[in-house]
Design a protein around this ligand. Structure first.
Ligand code: CA
Ligand code: CA
Length: 322
């Protein structure tokens, strides 16, 4: 699954997706402590990871979701490439993942999946509907039934990214403390994601790249694309976090998932408050007030088994603390 290419004078390892005929739900569609790693990498390594789209590339311009569902063949929901064993990572550490690059495919698929989507139960009927959109010149070309087209700039990010929980296995469709199906657009190039390490080697995986997704991901799928993702890992020894965190050049963020959505928002706010207290020297109650004045709560998605919210504050404000 691994080959090495010499890129710009340093070795970058390619970790390939598993061939379709070797995929298994219990391996490729879970984050779990007992899945055999496909590769081992060290802190500081740059890797290039090949990922399927959220339908395991089974829906193509010549094959709609309706045809796939009607065929009765096994569908792989939201497969991830991995797990990748991170050398030196142990329970109680934090894994930092720098997202260095995301190359997306030439077309995106968006689908209405019966029984899935934020408006499930609010629409009279949702049949399986498939829409293919070309990606041209950095834009998703969304063509309507009246042959009008809307060009939407791509903003690629990784929808599903995480590590193994300590004991149980979790479907790649569910987001939680281990990361998973966060669908948070901030998991993108130039940003750093922090994940709590629950098992030796972390057992990291990713997939479900979106060329573009609006906050909420209302119909349940976005501009879904296969992709090549470049990442660098760092193990932060002895640093414990409870929920995923993101650092962009401008802001720090916490990413929490729960139902109802209010609980996801409350969790994210509490985690950010705790971060301000632990690392920025604020008292709990002043962190609470500061977030009320200058922090933001944003919805990532309201379609997965748990909903995801982000709490965010600008670094510039925190830099004034010295
Ligand atoms: Ca997703
Ligand atoms: Ca998706």
């Amino acid at each position: 699954m691994i080959n090495e290419t010499l890129i710009a004078g340093f070795r970058m390892r390619r970790i390939s997706k598993r061939p379709a005929n070797e995929m298994r739900q219990s391996v490729d569609c879970i984050f779990g402590p007992n899945v055999k790693p496909v590769a081992t990498v060290s802190s500081g390594d740059v890797v290039e990871v090949e990922v399927y789209d959220c339908f395991a590339n089974a829906i193509r311009p010549d094959r709609s979701l309706k045809e796939v569902l009607g065929s009765g063949e096994e569908m792989f929901d939201n497969p991830v490439t991995g797990p990748i064993y991170i050398e030196g990572a142990e329970r109680g550490d934090t894994l930092a993942v720098d997202i260095l690059g995301i190359d997306v495919g030439e077309h995106a698929v968006t689908a209405l999946v019966p029984g899935f989507g934020a408006l499930e139960g609010w629409l009279t009927e949702v049949p399986p509907v498939t829409k293919f959109s070309e990606i041209r010149d950095g834009k998703v070309v969304f063509v309507t039934s009246k042959e009008k087209s809307i060009k939407i700039s791509i903003q690629p990010f990784i929808g599903t990214i995480g590590v193994a929980p300590a004991v149980e296995s979790v479907s790649t469709v569910t987001p939680s403390r281990h990361g998973g199906n966060l669908d948070t657009s901030y998991v993108t190039v130039g940003n750093r994601l922090y994940l709590r390490v629950n098992v030796k080697g972390a057992l990291f995986g990713l997939g479900d790249v979106h060329a573009r997704q609006g906050n909420g991901e209302i119909c349940g799928t976005a501009a879904e694309v296969p992709a090549l993702v470049r990442l660098r890992f760092e193990v932060i020894k002895g640093k414990r976090i409870d929920w995923p965190r993101i650092e962009s050049p401008d802001a720090i963020m916490t990413v929490c998932s729960a139902r109802p959505l209010e609980d996801a928002a409350r969790l994210a706010a509490r985690e950010l408050m705790r971060w301000l207290v632990a690392d920025f020297g604020l008292e709990e109650y002043e962190a609470y007030m500061l977030l009320s004045i200058a922090g933001d709560i944003e919805i990532s998605q309201i379609v997965n088994p748990l909903y995801t919210a982000v709490a965010k504050i600008e670094k510039e404000l925190l830099s004034q603390l010295g």
